[in-house]
Design a protein around this ligand. Structure first.
Ligand SMILES: NC(=O)c1ccc[n+]([C@@H]2O[C@H](COP(=O)([O-])OP(=O)(O)OC[C@H]3O[C@@H](n4cnc5c(N)ncnc54)[C@H](O)[C@@H]3O)[C@@H](O)[C@H]2O)c1
Ligand SMILES: O=c1ccn([C@@H]2O[C@H](COP(=O)(O)OP(=O)(O)O[C@H]3OC[C@@H](O)[C@H](O)[C@H]3O)[C@@H](O)[C@H]2O)c(=O)[nH]1
Length: 342
């Protein structure tokens, strides 16, 4: 069944935005809330949104995995505001658009406090939808390729319903995001809220936490520290890695376009973890060793987005290949770890 079939469309008109938006005498800026804006993708998104002088950007973040440091160039800027706020609590502000990213993304962080992760996904998304409803804002959710679980369809298209363990250690995140998607569509059908859903595939780039625990940041940090690259068994599992500037471009196009989604946003280049380790080794330090270590439960065996829909509906496709993106991230990690290039 097509996720964008007629039964998915709202019959309700969207709630009216602020009267100032259509005022003849006062041209207000577009006020945009980015939840999770102090994190990795969020802070790059804020950089892009702030480039447009008609945008005012408000970030709400609880700093669990994000940091003020990621936003330091905007703190004090007249079009920028930073609020310490946990999205599991309601937020009463006036905005036109909401990019709802708040949620830990790295498996080691989302599994650290699974009850909090599911509250963030469910109560957090409900609160942001409540805000969207009250002020007539358009809302974009950053969902995930993890909604496909350990996929039995390859590559993954948006109409695949997934193969997810509902009681596993990853469920707080993948089932949490599935409920968040459900809430988005229920608010759209029942209340006419303008929604956008992006299904993001593994994204990497500068500013990722050095000890984030995800595979690209782990391998780069390990190679720079001269430590063995920890390939989790069996090493034949695959992922598709998207550079962060491509991701931000896709998210903005989705928000500005007419399609609710869900739309896969990711780079279809597919690599085994062994291939990724070999590439990092070749680019950074050919002397570094690879070490096979134990894997974690329910690790998906393969993942690759079908991006036909993103190409057709958003006119989007990624531009940066893995071999182009890894050196950009290496440069940032060298600076932060204090390891100059020889
Ligand atoms: N990076 C990826 O590969 C990837 C893949 C799929 C989906 N996503 C989604 O994209 C979004 C951003 O991911 P990221 O890689 O930038 O992760 P990140 O961990 O760097 O950023 C998440 C941000 O949300 C904040 N946050 C977490 N819980 C919060 C709460 N309860 N209230 C307020 N703020 C909270 C964190 O402090 C952090 O700043 C997440 O929703 C994630 O699920 C990311
Ligand atoms: O040091 C490591 C870390 C991870 N891995 C492997 O690398 C693969 C990718 O693992 P990551 O931790 O980077 O993350 P995953 O791809 O499983 O999930 C990721 O993509 C979907 C997003 O929603 C999640 O937020 C994101 O973390 C897994 O197969 C894992 O076993 C290693 O081989 N070594």
């Amino acid at each position: 069944m097509a996720p964008n079939g007629d039964h998915q469309k709202s019959t309700k008109p969207p709630p009216s935005p602020s009267p100032l938006r259509n005022s003849k005498f006062f041209q207000s800026n577009m006020r945009i809330l980015v939840t999770g804006g102090a994190g990795f993708i969020g802070s790059h998104l804020v950089d892009r949104l702030m480039e447009n002088e008609k945008n005012e950007v408000i970030v709400a973040d609880n700093y669990f995995t994000g940091s003020k440091d990621n936003l330091r160039k905007w703190i004090g800027h007249p079009r920028f505001e930073l609020i310490r706020h946990d999205v599991t609590e309601p937020l009463l502000i006036e905005v036109d658009q909401i990019y709802h990213l708040a949620c830990p993304a790295s498996p080691i962080f989302y599994k650290y406090n699974p009850v909090k992760t599911i509250k963030t996904n469910v109560i957090g998304t409900l609160n942001m939808l409540g805000l969207a409803k009250r002020v007539g804002a358009r809302i974009l959710l950053t969902s995930t390729s993890e909604v496909y679980g350990d996929p039995l369809v390859h590559p993954q298209t948006e109409d695949y319903w997934g193969n997810v363990n509902p009681i596993g250690v990853r469920s707080c995140y993948d089932e949490g995001k599935r409920v968040a998607e459900t809430l988005m569509f229920d608010y759209h059908r029942q209340h006419g809220i303008e929604i956008r859903i992006a299904r993001i595939f593994n994204t990497y780039g500068p500013r990722m936490n050095i000890d984030d625990g995800r595979v690209v940041s782990n391998f780069i940090a390990q190679a720079l520290r001269g430590e063995p690259l920890t390939v989790q068994a069996p090493g034949t599992q695959t992922r598709s890695f998207c550079y962060v500037s491509d991701m931000v471009d896709g998210l903005i196009r989705l928000m500005e376009g007419d399609d609710t989604g869900p739309i896969n946003i990711g780079n279809p280049g597919e690599f085994t973890m062994m291939e990724l380790a070999e590439t990092v080794k070749e680019l950074i330090d050919p002397k570094v060793e690879l070490k096979i270590v134990e894997n974690t439960p329910d690790d998906p065996r393969q993942r690759k987005p079908d991006i036909t829909k993103a190409k057709g509906v958003l006119g989007w496709e990624p531009k940066i290949t893995l071999r182009q993106g890894l050196p950009l991230m290496e440069e940032d990690f060298r600076l932060r770890l204090g390891v100059p290039k020889k």
